[in-house]
Structure formats: C-alpha cells, structure tokens
Design a protein around this ligand. Sequence first.
Ligand code: HSE
Length: 311
Amino acid sequence: MKKVKIKVPATVANLVCGFDILGMAVHEPYDEMELKILETPDIIIKHEDSFGLPENPSENVAGIVLLKIQEHLKLNTGFEVIIRKHIKPGSGLGSSAASAAGAAFGANILLKNILSKEEMVHFAMFGEELASGVRHADNIAPCIYGGITLVKSTDPIDIIPLNAPELFVAAVHPQVEVKTSDSRQILKKNISLKSAVEQWGNIAGLIAGIQKNDLSLIGRSLHDVIVEPVRSILIPKFDEIKAGSLQMGALGGGISGSGPSIFMLAEKQETAERIAQFMKSVYDTIEIESFVYVSKINPEGIQIEEESSSL
Ligand code: HSE
C-alpha cells in the first residue's frame, strides 16, 4: 500500500477506577488521517483543522511516532500525513492518543503489517510522552485494539483486550481547559492502604463484571476513591452531573481520562441520549459551552476507510 485513509476514534481512559490501566474506544468523535509513503526520508505533517498544532515532526504527536518508526526500522523512505482532527486537544477524550495511534497504525499498513499491535503501542507511546510527559497507553491501547483494554504493564508492554459489553456511552465535553500534565501534577503521590484496598476491589470487580457481562457488577465497581476526589474539583458541576446521570439510569461513570469530559455508561441508547441532553443542559445553565456525544463502545478501534497501491 502507498496510501491509506483511516478513521481514528476517541477513547475514554481510566474507566473511573483504573487510572492509567483501563480504557475504551467509542465511535464519536473521531479523527481522520491520510498517510502516504514517500520515496524520500521526509516526514511531512499537515493539519487540516483549526487547532493550531505544531507541524514540525519532532514537535508533533504523529510526527514523533513516525520518526521513531523510521529510525527503528532504518527506513530510507518517509511519510506524509494529513490530519483532520475532530477530537479536541485537551478534551480528555484521547486526542493526542488518536494522532499517535493513528500514525503507528497507518504506517504499519504502508509497511505491509511489519509491526505487531504491541509494537504499534510502543511507538505510539512516544506521542503520549510528547503530549503529556508520560508514556501511558490507556488511550492508545483501546484505539489500536478496539473495545476495552487492560494495560497490565507498559514495560514490558502487556495489553489484555477485554470483552466489551454492548453498552452506550454518553459523554460531555465542557469548554474549559484542563491540561493532562496539570491534572496529573495535582494527584497525591502516596495513598493509604485502606484506599488501595478499596480501589483494587473496584478494579477487579469492574474487570470481572466486564468479562461476565454483569451490568450490576460493572455499575457497583465504577467508583474511584483515589483520583476522582482530587481531579473533580477542576470540572465545573461534576458532582451534579454524576448524581443526576445516576438518577436517570446510568450504570456509572466519571471523569473521562484526565478531564474535563465526563462519561456515563448506559444499557439503552435512549437512556444515554437523555443523559447527554441533561449534561448539556447543566452547562447551559452556567453558560459554559459544551459538546455531547452518544455512541456504543467501539469494538474495532481504528478503521481503514480507503487504501490504495498508487499515490
Ligand atoms: N490515564 C491518563 C490520566 C489519561 O488520567 O492522566 C490521560 O488522558
């Protein structure tokens, strides 16, 4: 293949209690990326969106991933990438992971599937490192594998894809800025044994609930005693939105990634849509613009839209 067009989905990292280890792919929003192989060793990045992201490859999340792949495989060819970003940077919906995972996935197609999924995750993590200073894979893994993933370890890379239940996701992105680096910095560096025990009970319960398709167990396990109490203060109306959504029938939910987006899981599309409207209405009352998305958990992750063997 010389050219490939892919659709790269947003992802919800942490899934409330699984800080840095759990994540899921959704269908909406998504980025579009077109990658071309070049005869020369150049890496050319073009953004066709309005976010003003740097296009110098070593400063661009997709660019750094391609530079690392090129260096590792000692390629004398290069890549041109056109990125149409719809996942807003800083939304907590895996915007940087989408560019990083999309670059690794697209390059792999052009290189005739030379990389394993673990290797794609390895290279994509350089993009996350550039964006937030940390090599975490909880957004990248579900983007590449689809569905819900457990990042058992990043060194060595050990990713466990879980059975994604057929649930709907309602997400709201209030237009307030929360940088991942800032919302990581405010976290406590030490936790009590009591909190740790409670948290790993929830994580284990959530994974068991996902694997058994036990929706009540999933709901009971979506609690975070470590990160949410600290980070939620950065998100206006968080408590009101969470409590209201649970009253309307959400199974559970919380901060999406490092925020400010909030997500809720629901069994029925109708419930998810009502929750999304409610979330928006709460932000309307305090005059904060917000975007809402409703979609199913996305079992496939990145999708190929077109591929071509000519340029
Ligand atoms: N696990 C990361 C965090 C996700 O919560 O900081 C960032 O999107």
